[in-house]
Design a protein around this ligand. Structure first.
Ligand SMILES: *Cc1c(COP(=O)(O)O)cnc(C)c1O
Length: 369
């Protein structure tokens, strides 16, 4: 089947260049590419392969299912599941050689049993320590005991000790230093040869003391800033995703006409309106129209008019010419203009992560090598 007139273009060359930049920033620490949530909406498999080819030495996922999908597609190398998983999924995780994260005695025992059921010895687990994010992880005081428990489990081997930073994207906040100081006390109980890791993208870029042995880089691979506070560190990262559509309808409207559900927009003058076949079911938030959202057509910024509907949205072109099939850019570059995911995020009171993760499965991804 030929594709619809709305698609996301994924520049795998940009992924590779972002990996190389992050390796240079983090070295001598290695880079593990975080490809959870289908590679932040970019396509986990293609991003994983591009990142590995560019020197990422490991991959991270949120779910067993995400890791299994990569293995089934033939992806090798370490794949780490970042949190404890439902016990009934551990056999599948072990079968597909996914390194497990643990932070409770129960999970250590469940992992050991799953490993032994598959006659594994020294199956890799990473201990996650909660140094202040307070999402998941063991209490720092319990880390040494859990390390002993892992080492006493015949099926398991301690492969890593990790923590996660809560405010790495706000480099002036002393909390990151406190988390790293707590992590330092835990590291005294970590045997040699075990990978120590703490940094997400912001940590890897803005906090040299967080880099340790490997950094877990997600958002920076996709060329999106972790937040405004790390602006100076991300200026050379390249956005990977652009969101595009072709004009599917054009019409002339008269001054005083109103448009879209609720008739919330009234035209102040006679104007040309283009319709794009993309809407909130594709991940273009309905609120984008009421928060000043624009799209690029003919290399210029054009306001979205009327509410974004499920499958379509409308754009005001003034007296400019437009033809059915002309390309519009919702996120990305056209001519000298650019709209970044961060611009949507700022309008909508969220972060770039949520924008790209929100581009739905209905939008085909087109890959450029
Ligand atoms: C998602 C995630 C990351 C990646 O964070 P970015 O800010 O996207 O770099 C790293 N570590 C853990 C534990 C995560 O959940």
């Amino acid at each position: 089947m030929t594709e619809r007139w709305a698609w996301a273009e994924i520049d795998l060359g940009a992924v590779a260049r972002n990996v190389v930049r992050m390796r240079a920033a983090a070295q001598p620490a290695g880079v593990w590419a975080v490809v959870k949530a289908d590679g932040y909406g970019h396509g986990a498999l293609r991003v994983a392969r591009a990142a590995q080819a560019a020197g990422a030495t490991g991959l991270c996922v949120a779910l067993v299912q995400e890791g299994v999908a990569l293995r089934r597609a033939g992806v090798g190398g370490p794949i780490l599941v970042l949190s404890e998983q439902p016990p009934e999924q551990l056999d599948e995780a072990v079968e597909h050689d996914l390194a497990l994260t643990v932070y409770s005695a129960t999970a250590v025992e469940a992992a050991n049993q799953a490993a032994q059921r598959r006659t594994k010895v020294g199956y890799p687990v990473h201990l996650k320590v909660d140094t202040g994010m307070h999402r998941v992880g063991c209490h720092p005081a319990d880390a040494a005991g859990l390390i002993e428990r892992i080492e006493a489990s015949p099926g398991l081997a301690l492969a890593g000790v990790a923590t996660h930073l809560a405010v790495a994207d706000e480099p002036d906040d002393p909390y990151t230093g406190q988390q790293l100081a707590t992590f330092a006390t835990v590291r005294r109980s970590v045997p040699a040869g075990v990978l120590v890791h703490a940094a997400n993208s912001a940590g890897a870029l803005a906090h040299p003391a967080a880099r340790h042995d490997v950094v877990r880089v997600g958002i920076a691979l996709y060329g999106i800033s972790p937040g405004p506070g790390v602006g100076p560190w991300v200026s050379d990262l390249e956005p990977v995703l652009s969101l595009r559509a072709k004009v599917s309808h054009r019409q002339r409207r008269a001054a005083g006409d109103r448009i879209s559900y609720g008739l919330r927009h009234t035209f102040g003058r006679d104007t040309t309106v283009a319709t794009l076949p993309i809407g909130y079911a594709d991940g273009v938030p309905r609120r984008l129209s009421s928060t000043g959202g624009v799209v690029l057509i003919g290399g210029r910024r054009r306001p979205i008019v009327g509410v974004v509907t499920m499958d379509q949205l409308m754009v005001d072109l003034g007296d400019d010419e437009v033809a059915i099939g002309d390309e519009a850019v919702l996120i990305g570059r056209q001519g000298d203009e650019e709209i970044r995911a961060a611009e949507w995020a700022e309008r909508l009171g969220t972060i770039g992560y949520e924008i790209v993760c929100g581009i739905s499965a209905r939008v085909p991804r087109r890959y450029r090598e």
